[in-house]
Design a protein around this ligand. Structure first.
Ligand SMILES: [Zn+2]
Ligand SMILES: [Zn+2]
Length: 347
């Protein structure tokens, strides 16, 4: 891009300012981190604009705050909670396959070296594997990935080629439901999607936090909208430009609320059926889902158990699921009888 003429001094000034910023704040030298920081600042600013204008224009609200301080205190508390939830979700790990592999290998190495260790290495049990790990640890395990490969193989039907389950970018074997994210450049367990707004992937480790974040934002949007409507009802005869700003902001709030509510309902449906956005959208392109009928959710254990797993899954635990057998798929396809309804088969 040419930087001669009038643009050259501006570009030079910009480069110098960026250089100085990078020296003072080394984290800003990375473009990905810089854009993530810009997004976070934009989100906080957006929240402050919506709430700030309300407090700036609505004199009745200030008056009400004096009379009923608990109401506005509750609103502000919810406002701060939504922002904190955003930062917690953005900073949480989605559950990387590499970390799970490291944890599994470490558990196996402990089993191999300790004479008093448990008689069972980290391996699959009843078709699912749970590995507990300190997610702050880093570095590659010296044992390599041989025990991991064996373990992952157990989650696939017999005869599945190891090549089809190996990520060509990370060169590690992916358990079912994992996918490589090109934005994070890592394989993510139970990959849902890469969220640009949060600047991270949504996967097994943070899907629950993500649901709560959408829930809090939806509620905050609704509450703020109600405050806007209350203002417009009582102050419509005030300054026209104030009303215009408030109406425009209210329209954008309504659009945001509809979007957030639909997103919340969509993710609630995914949780109850134990699916991910990726599995739902790309069902015909995922090898292990391609052959299954549309109404079969292979990883669903029933509404209640799906909900329990989703809510009680800890960020320090990697829980992997194996693919269902042909018999289990047939069982899921079996039509409901009166007895099934009485025994709550869907739960
Ligand atoms: Zn990968
Ligand atoms: Zn990602």
């Amino acid at each position: 891009m040419p930087t001669d003429g009038v643009c050259a001094p501006i570009a030079e000034l910009r480069d110098r300012a960026l250089d100085r910023c990078s020296r003072w704040f080394p984290c800003l030298a990375d473009p990905a981190r810089r854009s993530s920081l810009v997004l976070k600042v934009a989100l906080v600013a957006l929240h402050l604009v919506y709430a700030g204008i309300l407090f700036l224009f609505d004199e009745d609200l200030i008056e009400n705050t004096r009379r009923q301080p608990w109401y506005i205190a509750l609103y502000l508390l919810f406002f701060v909670a939504a922002l904190i939830q955003y930062f917690i979700t953005a900073g949480s790990s989605p559950g990387y396959v590499f970390d799970a592999m490291k944890a599994s290998n470490e558990a196996n190495s402990l089993f191999m070296t300790s004479p008093t260790a448990s008689k069972h290495p980290a391996s699959s049990k009843n078709g699912s594997l749970t590995v507990t790990v300190d997610i702050n640890q880093s570095g590659r395990n010296s044992l390599g990935s041989s025990s991991w490969s064996k373990m992952v193989m157990e989650f696939y039907p017999l005869g599945t080629s190891i090549r089809t389950m190996t990520c060509s970018y990370c060169n590690i074997e992916q358990p079912p439901r994992a996918k490589h994210c090109h934005d994070c450049d890592k394989c993510v367990l139970q990959f849902d999607h890469h969220c640009v707004w949060l600047g991270t992937c949504i996967g097994q480790g943070n899907h629950c936090r993500f649901w709560w974040y959408i829930f809090e934002e939806t509620a905050l949007c609704l509450w703020t909208g109600i405050l806007y409507i209350t203002y417009l009802k009582t102050s419509i005869s005030g300054a026209w430009w104030k009303d215009l700003i408030m109406i425009l902001l209210l329209i954008s709030l309504v659009v945001l609320f509809i979007f957030l509510l639909l997103l919340l309902l969509f993710h609630s449906y995914l949780v109850l059926t134990n699916q991910t956005t990726y599995e739902l959208v790309r069902r015909r392109r995922i090898p292990y889902l391609r052959g299954l009928p549309e109404n079969v959710f292979p990883f669903s254990k029933g509404v209640c158990r799906n909900l329990y797993r989703f809510c009680c899954a800890q960020s320090t635990i990697y829980d992997m699921e194996r693919l269902p057998t042909a018999f289990e798929v047939e069982e899921k396809l079996r039509p409901y009888t009166c007895l099934d309804v009485l025994t709550c088969r869907c739960c």
